[in-house]
Design a protein around this ligand. Sequence first.
Ligand code: ADP
Length: 268
Amino acid sequence: QGTIVVQVRVAPIGEEYILLLADDRTEITRTEAMRNDFVANVSHELKTPVGAISLLAEAIDDAADDAEAVRRFAGRMHKEARRLGALVQDIIELSRLQGADVVQGGTEVDLNAVVAEAVDRNKLTAESRHIELSVGGNIGVPVYGDAELLTTALRNLIDNAIRYAPERSKVGVGLRVREGLATVSVTDQGPGITPDQQDRIFERFYRLDDARSRQTGGTGLGLSIVKHVISQHGGEVSVWSQPGQGSTFTVRLPEMEQEDGGATESVE
Ligand code: ADP
């Protein structure tokens, strides 16, 4: 993408050369197309709850004499407003992340503390679904970055695990250092994700099951926020999953360079 491949055959020797030309124009057009796409998607996504709120306001107006109906419509209106709020928050977060290097003013970050905070922020949702949320392992080395952004990323992964898994199931968060990378994995016993969908779920607004995602309060932006945060930190996020066997999302981040240059292994 953004590259033109030209094949040149030099006769009569018959040797083949591949010429790669990076075409900046194509790159710019692509970025523009992505931006237009994003704006179109955002408008569409925002219109849904706004439209619903407007219809519900009318319904409340019409049912003014029926207290029970008013209460019901008001409840639904509240839910749509919450969804709208979550969408706006995610959109702002994502556009901030797509801008300049947000991790410029980073500091030494303890991932154990980040995970503890992310788990804490998901405790109530886990309790409401009777999900056993546990943390195991330890990361004995710091990473470099923005603790708040990393907390948001891990909170999103744990939040998904809790929302998509069945009630009374288990969600486990594992911490370790492997091959010089600080590794956090989030495992659930949910429906799983097919191989062809595993790449696509990190795209903005992509949902496997639209109805389910909307119902569980999803915005379709969570994983793309995770991907941006982690790549801004020089790391990567991947998924292992099989339909019917749950999913494991893994985040790998480079250890922060130590003064003495030595990398440390974690104590598990
Ligand atoms: P959403 O807000 O819809 O959850 P995400 O970007 O976080 O958006 O996730 C994209 C889609 O990937 C979801 O709609 C869901 O279909 C799928 N997905 C994400 N996490 C999981 C999971 N742990 N188990 C099963 N499906 C998942």
